[in-house]
Design a protein. Structure first.
Length: 113
Protein backbone atom coordinates (compact mmCIF):
# COMPACT_ATOMS: atom_id res chain seq x y z
CA UNK A 1 0.00 0.00 0.00
CA UNK A 2 1.45 3.34 -1.06
CA UNK A 3 -0.01 6.47 0.50
CA UNK A 4 -0.15 10.07 -0.68
CA UNK A 5 -1.34 12.76 1.72
CA UNK A 6 -2.58 16.15 0.56
CA UNK A 7 -4.75 19.07 1.59
CA UNK A 8 -2.59 20.85 4.10
CA UNK A 9 -2.05 24.58 4.14
CA UNK A 10 -2.14 27.79 6.12
CA UNK A 11 -5.39 28.70 7.87
CA UNK A 12 -6.44 31.09 10.60
CA UNK A 13 -7.56 29.84 13.98
CA UNK A 14 -11.18 28.74 13.82
CA UNK A 15 -10.88 27.74 10.20
CA UNK A 16 -11.17 24.37 8.49
CA UNK A 17 -9.13 22.09 6.27
CA UNK A 18 -9.76 18.68 4.78
CA UNK A 19 -6.85 16.32 4.39
CA UNK A 20 -6.92 13.47 1.92
CA UNK A 21 -4.93 10.26 1.89
CA UNK A 22 -4.92 8.47 -1.46
CA UNK A 23 -3.84 4.84 -1.44
CA UNK A 24 -2.71 2.49 -4.14
CA UNK A 25 -3.48 -1.21 -4.11
CA UNK A 26 -6.62 -3.26 -4.10
CA UNK A 27 -6.31 -4.34 -0.46
CA UNK A 28 -6.43 -0.86 1.11
CA UNK A 29 -9.99 -1.28 2.30
CA UNK A 30 -8.95 -4.18 4.56
CA UNK A 31 -6.74 -2.10 6.81
CA UNK A 32 -7.06 0.28 9.69
CA UNK A 33 -5.97 3.70 8.51
CA UNK A 34 -4.88 6.50 10.74
CA UNK A 35 -3.84 10.10 10.72
CA UNK A 36 -0.89 11.10 12.87
CA UNK A 37 0.82 14.43 13.36
CA UNK A 38 4.20 15.68 14.42
CA UNK A 39 4.84 19.20 15.62
CA UNK A 40 8.37 20.65 15.72
CA UNK A 41 10.32 19.26 18.64
CA UNK A 42 7.58 16.81 19.57
CA UNK A 43 6.95 13.14 19.05
CA UNK A 44 4.55 11.90 16.41
CA UNK A 45 1.10 11.42 17.92
CA UNK A 46 -2.08 9.68 16.91
CA UNK A 47 -4.90 11.95 15.73
CA UNK A 48 -7.59 9.54 14.51
CA UNK A 49 -8.09 6.05 13.16
CA UNK A 50 -10.75 4.32 11.14
CA UNK A 51 -11.26 0.59 10.73
CA UNK A 52 -12.13 -1.23 7.54
CA UNK A 53 -15.73 -1.24 8.72
CA UNK A 54 -15.80 2.44 9.57
CA UNK A 55 -15.32 2.42 13.35
CA UNK A 56 -13.48 5.53 14.45
CA UNK A 57 -11.23 6.60 17.29
CA UNK A 58 -9.91 10.07 18.13
CA UNK A 59 -7.33 11.69 20.33
CA UNK A 60 -8.96 13.64 23.14
CA UNK A 61 -7.45 16.85 21.82
CA UNK A 62 -9.39 16.66 18.54
CA UNK A 63 -12.68 15.04 19.60
CA UNK A 64 -15.65 17.06 18.42
CA UNK A 65 -13.51 19.04 15.96
CA UNK A 66 -12.03 16.46 13.59
CA UNK A 67 -13.79 13.75 11.62
CA UNK A 68 -12.11 10.82 9.89
CA UNK A 69 -13.90 9.04 7.06
CA UNK A 70 -13.06 6.63 4.28
CA UNK A 71 -14.14 5.96 0.72
CA UNK A 72 -13.08 2.39 0.01
CA UNK A 73 -14.36 2.49 -3.56
CA UNK A 74 -11.84 5.23 -4.32
CA UNK A 75 -9.10 4.14 -1.90
CA UNK A 76 -9.19 7.35 0.10
CA UNK A 77 -9.32 8.37 3.72
CA UNK A 78 -10.16 11.91 4.75
CA UNK A 79 -9.63 14.03 7.83
CA UNK A 80 -12.04 16.94 8.13
CA UNK A 81 -10.58 19.44 10.57
CA UNK A 82 -12.82 22.18 11.94
CA UNK A 83 -12.32 24.83 14.61
CA UNK A 84 -8.58 24.63 14.09
CA UNK A 85 -6.28 25.90 16.82
CA UNK A 86 -2.64 27.02 16.65
CA UNK A 87 -1.70 23.90 18.60
CA UNK A 88 -2.95 21.81 15.67
CA UNK A 89 0.02 23.07 13.65
CA UNK A 90 2.05 20.04 12.57
CA UNK A 91 2.97 17.80 9.70
CA UNK A 92 0.12 15.32 9.25
CA UNK A 93 0.78 11.78 8.07
CA UNK A 94 -1.51 8.98 7.01
CA UNK A 95 -0.72 5.43 7.96
CA UNK A 96 -2.12 2.14 6.74
CA UNK A 97 -1.22 -1.31 5.46
CA UNK A 98 -0.54 -4.56 7.27
CA UNK A 99 0.52 -3.81 10.82
CA UNK A 100 0.53 -0.10 10.04
CA UNK A 101 3.66 -0.55 8.00
CA UNK A 102 3.04 2.15 5.41
CA UNK A 103 3.33 5.90 5.81
CA UNK A 104 2.52 8.74 3.48
CA UNK A 105 4.94 11.61 2.97
CA UNK A 106 3.15 14.12 5.22
CA UNK A 107 1.34 17.36 4.59
CA UNK A 108 1.98 20.57 6.52
CA UNK A 109 -0.86 22.20 8.43
CA UNK A 110 -0.21 25.64 9.89
CA UNK A 111 -2.80 27.42 11.99
CA UNK A 112 -2.16 31.08 12.70
CA UNK A 113 -3.53 32.84 15.77
Amino acid sequence: VQLQASGGGLVQAGGSLRLSCAASGSTFSRYYTGWYRQAPGKQRELVATISSGGSTNYADSVKGRFTISRDNANNRVYLQMNSLKPEDTAVYYCNSGPGGSNWGQGTQVTVSS
